[in-house]
Each structure stands twice: as C-alpha cells, then as structure tokens.
Design a protein around this ligand. Structure first.
Ligand SMILES: NC(=O)c1ccc[n+]([C@@H]2O[C@H](COP(=O)([O-])OP(=O)(O)OC[C@H]3O[C@@H](n4cnc5c(N)ncnc54)[C@H](OP(=O)(O)O)[C@@H]3O)[C@@H](O)[C@H]2O)c1
Length: 277
C-alpha cells in the first residue's frame, strides 16, 4: 500500500472517520492535507498522528466548508501550499434532527452547503487536475441513510442520497480515465457526529449496526484503493441495505421514523421521591 497515494486531502480530518483516514494515509507515507474548522483541534489531531508516524507530512488548513466561497479559497491555498492532490476524501458532514417544519432555515442551508454543494464544488475544482494526470481517487462519504428516506432527519438523509447518486454516476462517467470514485456508506458510527446532530440517544447506536470509526475508515480506504464503487462497512449494515431493497417502502419509512425518534432512553429516576441515595 505504501506509495500508492502521494498527496491526500481529507475534509473533516480532526475527528471520527476523517481522522482515522488520515492515520491510514500517514501510515502509508502519503502527505495529508487536513481540513476542518477548528484549527486547534486539527493541530491536536496532527500531533497525535505524529506520535504514531513521526515522519508524517501533514498540512493543516482550517476552513468552514459550510460557507459560501470556502471551496474557492481552499483550492487557491492548496495550489499555493501543497503538491497536486491525488486522493480526495470528501468526508466533512453534519446531521440535523427534528421535524423539518421546526428546523431553522440557516441550519438547513448550512447542512446542504457542507454535505452537498461544497462537496460537488470541491470535486469539480480538483477533477481537471486528476484527469490531466490520469491518476486519482475520490472518496465521498455518504451513509446507509442514502438508501432510504429519513423522517425526523429528512434533509440529512436526502443529502446522503444525493452523495451516493452523484458518486455512482460520476464513477461511471470517469471509467477508463484513471480516476475512480467510491461512495462510503457507513451505518451508525461511534464518533462525535451524533452529539452534534442531537441524536446521541438514538436506538441505532445501541444495536448491532454500530461500529467504531477505525474499522469504517479501514474499509473505506481499502475499498477506495481497490476502486470499488460503494463500500458499506460491516456485515449487519450490508444485510440491512439488502433488506431495504426488498421491504415495502411504506414500512421502511415508518421504521426509519422509529429509529430517528430520539425520545430519552428510559432509565432509573435521577432523584426525587422514592429515589435511593
Ligand atoms: N457517525 C455516524 O454515525 C455516521 C454515519 C454515516 C455517515 N457519516 C458521515 O461520516 C462523515 C464523518 O462524520 P463523523 O461521524 O466522523 O463525524 P465527526 O466525528 O463529528 O467529524 C466531523 C468532522 O467534520 C468537521 N466539520 C464539521 N463541520 C465542518 C465544516 N462546516 N467545515 C469543515 N469541516 C467541518 C469536524 O471538525 P470541525 O467541527 O472542527 O469543523 C470534524 O473534523 C460525515 O459526512 C457523516 O455524515 C457518519
């Protein structure tokens, strides 16, 4: 695996799946450009990677990829500061939970810009270079949520359906060009994502579908190097996606709604009458 990737760009590199991807790339000797908003957290992540891989070539570029114009300025910094990218991991993404009718329009727009519009723009801006060099790997992080509608997380699920559809179509268009496109579709993964999305209470995280970030990133990295079109980490998640294809759509919608219902988990009372001390 060493030397396959020369220079990688990973968005959402400071935690979760993105950070695990950076570790794998650094292990294999790639230079890694790490992008996220919080520069201090990126520095901490880079220091941690360097304790494992002391010679790792890591560049930190702080950017808010939910902002308009963010991709254009990121790409001009890349052109000034680093070698041409040959591995692009469009990983940064956020979720949002709750009924669509009561969600804030600003939050919805930011989610769509980060998960969809800026992913497309970054791909569009870097693709000509990859095609010119006839060498490149694009890894787009979708989700198993891409395979079904998600009541109570409607915009998030729809954003991931976009990423999956876009990635598969682009992979087909680029066949024979030297550039491959892989859509990663993880199931519930134990990262900071759930807390940020307000779904840390979701039932899915307590079931057999949940995986740690490291095996998800390992499956994604290997799948991308192998040029696979879709990677679904974990046997249970693969089986669930198969089942979704066979089940009636109305049942699937209701099942997703129940899974996304983040009512607090029932447990012993934390105090008050009858509580034990
Ligand atoms: N965890 C799951 O259950 C799960 C399941 C399926 C798919 N996914 C997808 O996997 C991807 C990675 O998620 P994760 O679980 O690893 O989440 P995570 O641990 O919360 O990491 C998210 C990363 O994205 C960065 N980020 C967030 N907003 C950003 C913005 N506006 N601009 C630039 N960077 C931003 C974060 O850093 P800053 O906050 O510093 O910017 C962080 O580095 C996402 O696309 C997510 O939708 C996750």
């Amino acid at each position: 695996m060493r030397g396959r990737v020369r220079t990688a760009l990973v968005t959402g590199a400071s935690s979760g799946i993105g950070l695990e991807l950076c570790r794998l790339l650094a292990r294999d000797g790639a230079r890694v450009v790490m992008v996220a908003r919080d520069e201090e957290r990126l520095q901490r992540a880079a220091r941690w990677i360097r304790t494992e891989h002391p010679g790792a070539g890591l560049t930190i570029l702080a950017a808010d990829l939910s902002a308009e114009g963010a991709v254009a300025s990121l790409v001009s910094r890349l052109e000034r500061e680093v070698d041409p990218i040959d591995f692009l991991a469009n990983n940064a993404g956020v979720g949002a939970s709750g009924p669509f009718a009561s969600s804030g329009l600003a939050e919805v727009s930011d989610l769509i810009r980060l998960n969809v519009s800026n992913l497309v723009e970054l791909t569009h801006r870097l693709l000509p270079g990859l095609l010119e060099r006839r060498r490149g790997i694009i890894l787009n992080v979708a989700s198993t949520a891409a395979f079904l509608p998600g009541p109570l997380m409607a915009v998030y699920y729809a954003s991931k359906a976009f990423v999956l559809s876009f990635s598969e179509a682009l992979a087909e268009e680029l066949q024979g060009s030297g550039v491959s496109v892989t859509a990663l579709c993880p199931g519930p993964t134990l990262t900071g994502f759930q807390k940020r999305a307000g779904i840390e209470q979701t039932r899915l995280l307590r079931g057999p579908l949940a995986l740690a970030a490291a095996p998800v990133a390992a499956a994604a990295y290997q799948g991308a190097l192998d040029g696979r079109r879709i990677v679904i980490p974990g046997v249970a998640n693969k089986a669930m996606v198969q089942a979704l294809r066979a089940l009636p759509r109305a049942f699937v919608r209701q099942m997703a709604r129940r899974a996304n219902d983040v009512a607090p988990i029932e447990g012993p009372p934390s105090g008050g009458e009858g509580g034990t001390a």
